[in-house]
Design a protein around this ligand. Structure first.
Ligand code: NDP
Ligand code: GDR
Length: 342
């Protein structure tokens, strides 16, 4: 029997890798997309097959996490075996500018989807995209037992989503899990997250089309992994015998300065000559250090990442250099040629 998955956030970084991964496993994949005045499907265009073609396995549905009735209809229509809730207003800095919208999408959006699952009565497994931002001010290393201390409207919204997912597991016996994922990046990462901002700038400055790079706090520490590997961890959580929450991380932390050095150094540049400070990129409350302990996922799911933060920097710079040379943002072939793992 072909398995059916429903992915919210399919047009985002993780959604695109997860859709690819599930299609390769033979799943029929259904994705939620928002209607926009311009196309926003560039990360999944390479996967799309016209639905009139008998080989089509990817189906997109208009909807929004703010529209609960639509989610109920879609659950009943699609009857998925697995639901992956990846949709969110996912930018921490932006959540200080748009706190209410972030709460509505990232927090309340999760209960709307859980309610859609419950009310429609579908027999499905549910994955919630929880985040290392939950740990916030609690120092590393962080694992599944570390207390949460959110430091942004984004993290507070994700905290609600975390607990309501756990509550639906306990209250209704739903197979619902939280993947507490530390930062994961790729050539498909949005251009305003710090890693992609840096690797894109390194490529552009090297090519002579950008002069400098404005950044905020360079001292924070992050545990950066490769998104293509993390989506497999999400899937493994839903294949487990029992629903449990898991941390996915590399266990290695680097500062933004380390990432700058690895990225600019890869194209033979000294980052200190180009990086300038702009206080607009500071957050009212910062998360100083996140370094995860992924041992539970290794032991119980057999999941171990192979790409660390510095390797990721070179992988992403290579993709951004190639994208500039070929006039496109990113390409799978670039990733495959560089690493053979995508
Ligand atoms: P992205 O920002 O790349 O993608 C977010 C997705 O959510 C997009 O598809 C976006 O659609 C969709 N979306 C936003 N608002 C709504 C809405 N109201 N209704 C329906 N869809 C919506 O995020 P990532 O792929 O990086 O992350 C995936 C998830 O994992 C997010 O929930 C994020 O918070 C979480 N996470 C991410 C980590 C990371 O390091 N990447 C780490 C830990 C957690 P559109 O394209 O139309 O904007
Ligand atoms: P983060 O990622 O907040 O960890 O959230 P981001 O790349 O935005 O910031 C990482 C660190 O870099 C510092 N920084 C800057 N950040 C951005 N975006 N732009 C800058 O110019 C800049 N200069 C310095 C930040 O202050 C911060 O310390 C990501 C998102 O994907 C979340 O959705 C996810 O939950 C977490 O990772 C885990």
């Amino acid at each position: 029997m072909t398995k059916r998955a429903f992915i919210t956030g399919i047009t985002g970084q993780d959604g695109s890798y997860l859709a690819e991964f599930l299609l390769a496993k033979g799943y029929e994949v259904h994705g939620l997309i928002r209607r926009a005045s311009t196309f926003n499907t560039h990360r999944i265009d390479h996967l799309y097959v016209d639905r009139h073609d008998p080989s089509a396995k990817l189906f997109l549905h208009y909807g929004d996490l703010s529209d609960g009735a639509r989610l109920v209809t879609l659950m009943a229509e699609i009857n998925p075996d697995e639901v992956y809730n990846l949709a969110a207003q996912s930018h921490v800095r932006v959540s200080f500018d748009e706190p209410e919208h972030t709460a509505d999408t990232t927090g309340t959006g999760t209960i709307r989807l859980l309610e859609a699952v419950r009310v429609s009565g579908v027999d499905t497994r549910f994955y919630q995209a929880s985040s290392s931002e939950l740990y916030g001010a609690t120092p590393p290393p962080q694992n599944e037992h570390t207390p949460f201390y959110p430091r942004s409207p984004y993290a507070a919204a994700k905290l609600y989503a975390y607990w309501i997912t756990k509550n639906y597991r306990e209250a209704y016996g739903l197979f619902a899990v939280n993947g507490i994922l530390f930062n994961h990046e790729s050539p498909r990462r949005g251009e305003t997250f710090v890693t992609r901002k840096i690797t894109r700038a390194a490529a552009r400055i090297k090519a002579g089309v950008q002069q400098d790079l404005y950044l905020g706090n360079l001292e924070s520490v992050r545990d950066w992994g490769y998104a293509a590997e993390y989506v497999e961890g999400m899937w493994r959580m839903l294949q487990a015998d029992a629903p449990e929450d898991f941390v996915l991380a590399t266990g290695v932390g680097y500062t933004i300065k380390d990432f700058l050095e690895a990225s600019f150094g890869h194209v033979g540049l000294d980052w200190e000559e180009y990086v300038k400070f702009d206080e607009r990129y500071l957050r009212p409350t910062e998360v100083d250090a996140l370094i995860g302990d992924p041992s539970k996922a290794a032991e119980k799911l057999g999941w171990t990442p192979t790409v660390d933060g510095k390797q990721l920097a070179t992988l992403m710079v290579d993709a951004d250099v190639a994208a500039l040379e070929h006039g496109h943002e990113w390409r799978d072939t670039v990733e495959l040629a560089s690493w053979g793992t995508a």
